[in-house]
Write a protein that binds this ligand. Structure first.
Ligand SMILES: [Zn+2]
Length: 432
């Protein structure tokens, strides 16, 4: 029977390591061992480029590869140290490299790719991936850092809409510094997102406007010129930082935060009234306290029974009724879609606030007046930070799976690689 001896052998097909041929497979006491060598016998000198096949030495190295038929297969590669035969070349010899095993690599490229894929496509702890592939934690993290450097380059991205949001990634801690003084460690991070795609651009430590300012300042001028819209929550510090560094951008304020502010006003009035009428804080026996959640819910989401309860509360205290009406005016204001509607709703709100003597309502109106320009941008564009809130949830889940991160850089790079690569299949380790 004819058998073509020029074709690749069965063991090499099983191992499927590109550019390598299996020489022997043996059963050792601690597992199977495959000895492989590069198929190509000739290679170009990295200094002069001359081809050579003169072997100087055959060093053997144990490498890490994907598990094949169980995890007990050890791969040993018999490399070729080739001598450069070019007389004028200063290099005497060099080790032949391949795509799967670049210079000094102890892991095959396909294993590196697998590690990055597993880290970027699902929420997994670094230690889990490391133990599954029998490599160390720093080995996995080094690969993640490499990818993070590639995908984390914000300056090369075209950003039209920028979202700035703060999020807390752990509890406030107090630690003793090197000088022995106790320092407070802020667990807040500022998250920058692309409003068009919802992708996280960067995560910065801190929660003040100074952190935003520093980050924006370190972007190149052309990058800052291209940003047209910025969505922020009602933080005057953030607004100042954006106005100073992104002069062309229009700022939009999130309506969630405006509603939140209006709900805070209702709570303040409810507490104050309890002290005025009953000379004590609210108790379960007081309907206004027991059903306090109804005051901050949207009316249209309540059941018939809940609406009846709400009516009872509002009728029992005229001040609560008035303040509830003002909150509804604010909601109507945010529902508008053009400037004319906005202005007429604004006038209604202003009239009702002026009619009351409540300081809480006046305070809210002062805040809204200070943010009127940003509210108008929101009415016209409907730009919100909702997408970055979704990304924050992923970041929080990641933190839980990793049981917390002590190193902010590791945390940052994990989020960036996870959210950037999960949607597409990147072949970052391919050299071809
Ligand atoms: Zn050479």
């Amino acid at each position: 029977m004819f058998k073509d001896t020029g074709t690749i052998d069965d063991a090499s097909i099983l191992l499927n390591l590109t550019d390598y041929r299996v020489i022997t497979v043996t059963q050792e006491p601690d597992g199977r061992q495959a000895l492989v060598e590069p198929i190509e016998t000739e290679a170009a000198c990295p200094t002069c480029g001359a081809l050579t096949s003169r072997i100087q030495a055959r060093p053997e190295h144990r490498i890490k590869d994907l598990p094949i038929g169980g995890s007990d297969l050890q791969v040993v590669v018999r490399k070729r140290r080739l001598a450069c035969q070019e007389v004028a070349c200063p290099r005497r010899s060099f080790v032949q490299t391949t795509e799967q095993l670049p210079f000094r690599a102890r892991l095959t490229t396909r294993l590196s790719q697998k590690l990055v894929d597993e880290m970027s496509c699902e929420l997994r702890a670094v230690s889990r991936v490391a133990s599954a592939h029998q490599v160390s934690w720093p080995t996995v993290m080094a690969r993640v850092n490499m990818v993070g450097e590639l995908v984390g380059n914000v300056d090369r991205m075209f950003i039209r809409g920028l979202g700035i949001d703060e999020h807390r990634f752990r509890k406030v801690r107090y630690a003793r510094g090197r000088t022995g003084k106790v320092i407070r460690i802020e667990p807040w991070s500022i998250v920058f997102t692309d409003l068009d795609t919802g992708k996280i651009l960067d995560i910065v430590d801190g929660r003040r406007g100074a952190a935003v300012k520093t980050w924006l300042k370190s972007r190149p001028r052309y990058w800052r010129q291209r940003v047209q819209y910025v969505a922020i929550d009602m933080s005057a510090e953030f607004r100042k930082a954006v106005r100073e560094n992104l002069p062309k951008a229009k700022i939009s304020v999130d309506h969630f935060h405006v509603i939140q502010r209006a709900n805070l006003m209702i709570t303040q009035v409810r507490r104050r009234r309890s002290h005025e009428v009953l000379q004590r804080r609210g108790r379960v026996a007081d309907p206004a306290y027991k059903y306090r959640k109804l005051l901050t819910c949207n009316l249209e989401n309540l059941s018939i029974r809940q609406v009846e309860r709400l009516k009872l509360i509002l009728e029992s205290d005229p001040e609560l009724g008035v303040i509830y009406g003002i909150k509804e005016h604010v909601r109507e204001l945010l529902k508008t879609r053009d400037i004319h509607d906005f202005q007429s709703r604004w006038a209604v709100l202003e009239k009702s606030v002026k009619a009351t003597k409540m300081v809480e309502a006046k305070s809210l109106f002062r805040t809204l007046t200070a943010w009127r320009r940003e509210l108008l941008v929101f009415i016209r564009t409907r730009l919100t930070n909702a997408r970055s809130e979704a990304a924050n949830l992923t970041a929080k889940n990641l933190k839980r799976i990793g049981r917390g991160y002590r190193n902010h850089d590791h945390y940052r790079v994990r989020i960036l690689t996870l959210l950037c690569l999960s949607s597409r299949n990147c072949n970052l380790f391919s050299h071809r």
